[in-house]
Design a protein around this ligand. Structure first.
Ligand code: B12
Length: 216
């Protein structure tokens, strides 16, 4: 199965707003052997970015983008039977959140799912979590690492405030903190400036880097 062909078919289906067709494309790709990583990195991620480009240029409307995103979230959930029903001891834990006003959650969810496949126990909080609640969850779950996502530059000050709050609350016991999303793709040096330990450009490289830093 060629991921590029699947990507073309999937993009056409979500742009047509046809969920049944999109899910058929995904089911066929899974049956042909394409896994979570392949679907996420080579099919869903480029599709959402293309949807964003079309939206920015007014080729499609806000509702079309919302529909494409919702269909993609359904498609991701469809893979969860395989991902979350297999029993296995999780050795490393990660808490993931989009803090404060950040609403772009799909990229971070992809990171969590790929980490699950790598044997992590991930606590995915999703979009727009108040800063103090992120801190409380980190204190309660005592993860090895925290992953925070930001998709637009205006959210970076609050991201920095979230990291400062985690470090202030946990001191020496603060977990590894990684950040990612669009602003960091453009300028990885922003990671240090918001107080994070590192960034990575996509979910697969982030998984490799977390494994390297936290250990197996
Ligand atoms: C879907 C979407 C939305 C949805 C999000 C719904 C949801 N439930 O997530 C909604 C409608 C809410 C939305 C709102 C807005 N959006 Co929007 N959105 C998008 C869109 C189309 C797709 C986002 C996505 O899922 N991408 C796919 C994922 C897989 O890619 P990713 O996020 O980059 O994630 C990968 C890596 O960055 C990395 N990564 C991500 N997080 C992390 C974290 C860590 C720790 C690590 C290590 C790695 C990592 O790994 C991920 C997987 O490989 C993008 C287009 C685009 N290019 O992405 C625009 C886009 C990001 N949005 C944009 C804008 C402008 C907005 C709004 C400001 C619009 C408005 N005026 O209201 C608001 C802001 C909302 C807010 N307060 O956050 C612009 C930003 C432009 C810019 N200058 O930066 C974009 C680029 C669209 C565009 N081309 O204009 N949006």
């Amino acid at each position: 199965v060629s991921p590029a062909d699947v990507a073309d078919d999937y993009l056409a289906a979500v742009l047509a707003g046809d969920r049944r067709r999109a899910l058929r494309v995904v089911d066929a790709a899974v049956a042909a052997g394409l896994g979570v990583r392949g679907l996420y990195m080579d099919v869903f991620q480029p599709a959402l970015r293309e949807v964003g480009r079309l939206w920015e240029t007014n080729a499609i409307g806000v509702a079309d983008e919302h529909l494409a995103t919702a269909i993609t979230q359904s498609a991701m959930s469809r893979l969860y039977d395989a991902l979350f029903t297999a029993a296995r001891p999780a050795t490393r834990r990660l808490v993931a959140a989009c803090a404060d006003t950040e609403r772009h959650e799909v990229g971070l969810r992809m990171l969590c799912d790929i980490l699950e496949e790598d044997g992590w126990d991930t606590v995915f909080l999703g979009a727009a979590v108040p800063v103090e609640d992120v801190v409380a969850m980190v204190r309660q779950r005592e993860p090895d690492a925290v992953a925070l996502s930001a998709s637009i530059a205006p959210h970076l000050p609050r991201l920095a405030a979230t990291i400062a709050a985690i470090r202030a609350d946990l001191g020496e016991r603060a977990p590894l903190i990684c950040v990612g999303g669009r602003p960091f793709l453009a300028d990885p040096s922003l990671a240090a400036r918001v107080g994070a330990d590192f960034t990575a450009p996509d979910a697969v490289s982030a998984t490799a880097e977390l494994r390297r830093r936290v250990g197996a």
